[in-house]
Ligand binder design. Structure first.
Ligand code: AMP
Ligand code: GLY
Length: 423
């Protein structure tokens, strides 16, 4: 089979590696890819939003399966465009990707179908949002409706902060058109867990759990980022929590989408908060997490291509997912200053140290080739993943491997997986 992956981050590197292990696959292309993905795929210089060029390329190369890694093209309708050209593609159509693309949509869906989530109101008029705040309890959470690179969520401790937040989202349009509507919701406390799943429109199969670290600095301080590191499984995601979510959240979400005439095929990522009152949905995403994929996929035993095809064909009920009985930790190596401002173009050294070591992976998030060397090319540069028999050893291995790789202005959190000690 010939496979085309759309995306160019650490998640797509993990997907490319996993797909490369399938005996069914003879050739992988990636648009646009990066210097790490090159090891498994021929990277082509086509942007993820250039749907017509992607379709033309897929037809020219007679691609058997296209896999969309990123949210923007999914929400923009890439699956509809490729399918219309007769290309077999893994991912939700535009009318289903709205599950991630509009927080107002996803909140209304949860309310309508009784899926547990934070209490909320949607607003498309800033005056009404400001008036609502007058009687609200604090802290309170403001969310821009649309995609905002994970940055469109503001947790406001005071009325004044919240007023400022409404103004910046809806009036100053800090997140662009994503702020045409907004959600104001109840602040919840608890542990966060990410559960990713494969869905074929009717059947859902959940993967092993993971936990992300969204803040830039140790101790969950600093700004929100795309994710500074992950571990899998989450020791807080107990059988009891799983049973609750299987009964009240996962299948109900899939059924709700089908009932709305928006059957979802692809990945649903459930961002969960384990509150005192039980698990609640924080958000849905319509694709693998980044860097959740970097710890979940190395633990997955199945041939992923078989699972992707079953999702497309509607035969996921015939598949059981299997994961290694081990653990994985991913430490993100970022450029100092991320997520605000940072320099790039520095040579990355030591990339070979993990090669051919079983259970060690260096997934590139933002790298490129320059004059025969591999250089940094963004805020999150690499995700160094290591497995181990348990979380503590996986964490020790990941931090050891993170020390083998170096570049100027390298920055990482020192406490990825610290929560493991509290379990
Ligand atoms: P989201 O993009 O909706 O996942 O939000 C980003 C982050 O903001 C989440 O991972 C949480 O840490 C935090 N967050 C979002 N919604 C809430 C909420 N209702 N209560 C507390 N924290 C929240
Ligand atoms: N790691 C969080 C996300 O992919 O949205």
């Amino acid at each position: 089979m010939k496979v085309l992956i759309v995306g160019g981050g650490g998640r797509e590197h993990a997907i490319a590696w996993k797909i490369s292990t399938s005996p069914k696959v003879e050739k992988i292309y990636c648009a646009p890819g990066n210097a790490g993905i090159e090891e498994y795929a021929e990277c082509v210089d086509i942007g993820v939003m250039e749907f017509d060029r992607i379709a033309a390329f897929a037809k020219e190369k007679q691609i058997d399966l296209a896999v969309i890694g990123m949210d923007d093209p999914l929400v923009g309708g890439i699956v509809d465009v490729l399918e219309a050209e007769g290309i077999r593609v893994f991912g939700p159509k535009k009318n289903a990707a709205v599950l991630e693309g509009s927080k107002a949509f996803s909140k209304d869906l949860m309310k309508k179908y009784g899926i547990p989530t934070a209490a909320y109101e949607n607003f498309d008029d800033p005056k009404k949002a400001l008036a609502y705040l007058e009687t609200a309890e604090f802290p309170i959470v403001l969310k821009a409706d649309g995609l905002a690179l994970g940055k469109g969520v503001l947790i406001c401790n005071t009325l004044e902060e919240a007023r400022e937040g409404v103004r910046s989202i809806m009036m100053d349009k800090k997140f662009g058109a994503a702020g045409n509507q907004m959600v104001i919701e109840e602040f919840m406390t608890g542990r966060e867990v990410s559960v990713l799943s494969f869905v074929d429109g009717r059947t859902i199969r959940t993967m092993t759990s993971a936990q992300d670290h969204k803040r830039a600095l140790d101790g969950d301080q600093g700004l929100n980022t795309g994710g500074m590191g992950t571990f899998s499984p989450s020791p807080f995601y107990t059988d009891e929590v799983d049973a609750f979510c299987q009964q009240y959240i996962y299948q109900k979400t899939v059924d709700a989408m089908a009932a709305e005439g928006r059957p979802f095929k692809g990945i649903i990522f459930f961002g969960l908060m384990l509150t005192e009152k039980g698990p609640r949905v924080l958000e849905y995403n319509a694709r693998f997490g980044d860097p959740e994929a970097q710890v979940v996929l190395p633990r997955m035993k199945n041939d992923m291509v078989e699972v992707l095809e079953a999702c497309i064909d509607g035969t996921l009920d015939q598949i059981e997912l299997e994961f290694e009985n081990n653990a994985a930790v991913c430490v993100v190596l970022a450029s100092k200053g991320y997520p605000v401002s940072y320099e790039k173009g520095f040579e990355i050294r030591g990339l070979d140290a993990c090669r051919d070591r079983e259970g060690y992976y260096v997934f590139h998030a933002a790298s490129k080739r320059k004059d025969g060397r591999i250089v940094t090319n963004g805020g999150r540069v690499l995700g160094v993943t290591a497995t181990g028999p348990d979380l503590k050893s996986a964490r020790a291995n990941a931090y050891e491997a993170a020390s083998w790789v170096d570049f100027d202005n390298k920055y990482m959190r020192g406490d990825i997986g610290k929560a493991i000690d509290e379990a």
